[in-house]
Every structure is written in structure tokens, then in C-alpha cells.
Design a protein around this ligand. Structure first.
Ligand code: FES
Length: 93
């Protein structure tokens, strides 16, 4: 009989939001893939880097918003409201 023991360290789990339910990609997956680079990557490039591909496409808007939010926190934007990064929350809604 096979016994499996699962031990969760809840402090390491934190909160994640699934952005792509088809590929089970979280906002954390996207942010980790973006790393420290402020350059904009396309959702298609991110999917390829994560070893998957878009299926239904319903997540693209939220992934774009996450990319824009990441760019804003990476310091690319001056925060004057003139770019997509500044409107990321608005675009995600
Ligand atoms: S939710 Fe991302 S491709 Fe379907």
C-alpha cells in the first residue's frame, strides 16, 4: 500500500491568483518569469517561456495587466498616467 504524506508550509504558499485556468498559471508564475526586466513581453512569449500555449484566450487581458503592473513596479513608468502601466488596474477590471 502506497502512503503519501503531504506537508504544507502555509507561510510559503502565500496568496496567488490563477490568471490562466487552462494552463493553471498564477500571477506569481507570470511575475517570476518577467523577473527584473522592465521590457515588455507579449503574452505569447510568456506562454512559450512557461512551456504552454494559450487555449481559450480569456486570460490574455489579465496577463497583459499583470505585465503592465510589473513594468510599473520595475520603474519603467514615471507614474504620470500616460501609459498602459498606469492604467493597468483599469484595464484589468
Ligand atoms: S484561461 Fe488562459 S488560455 Fe484559457
Amino acid at each position: 500500500m502506497l502512503k503519501i504524506k503531504l506537508v504544507y508550509n502555509l507561510s510559503k504558499v502565500g496568496s496567488v491568483m490563477i490568471l490562466c485556468s487552462c494552463n493553471v498559471l498564477s500571477d506569481r508564475d507570470i511575475r517570476e518569469r518577467l523577473g527584473d526586466s522592465p521590457s515588455r513581453r507579449s503574452p505569447g512569449a510568456l506562454f512559450r517561456q512557461l512551456g504552454c500555449e494559450p487555449k481559450c484566450g480569456r486570460c490574455i487581458r489579465n496577463i497583459l495587466a499583470t505585465i503592465d503592473q510589473h513594468r510599473a513596479t520595475a520603474g519603467e513608468c514615471a507614474g504620470e498616467g500616460a501609459c498602459d502601466s498606469c492604467r493597468a488596474d483599469e484595464l484589468a477590471a
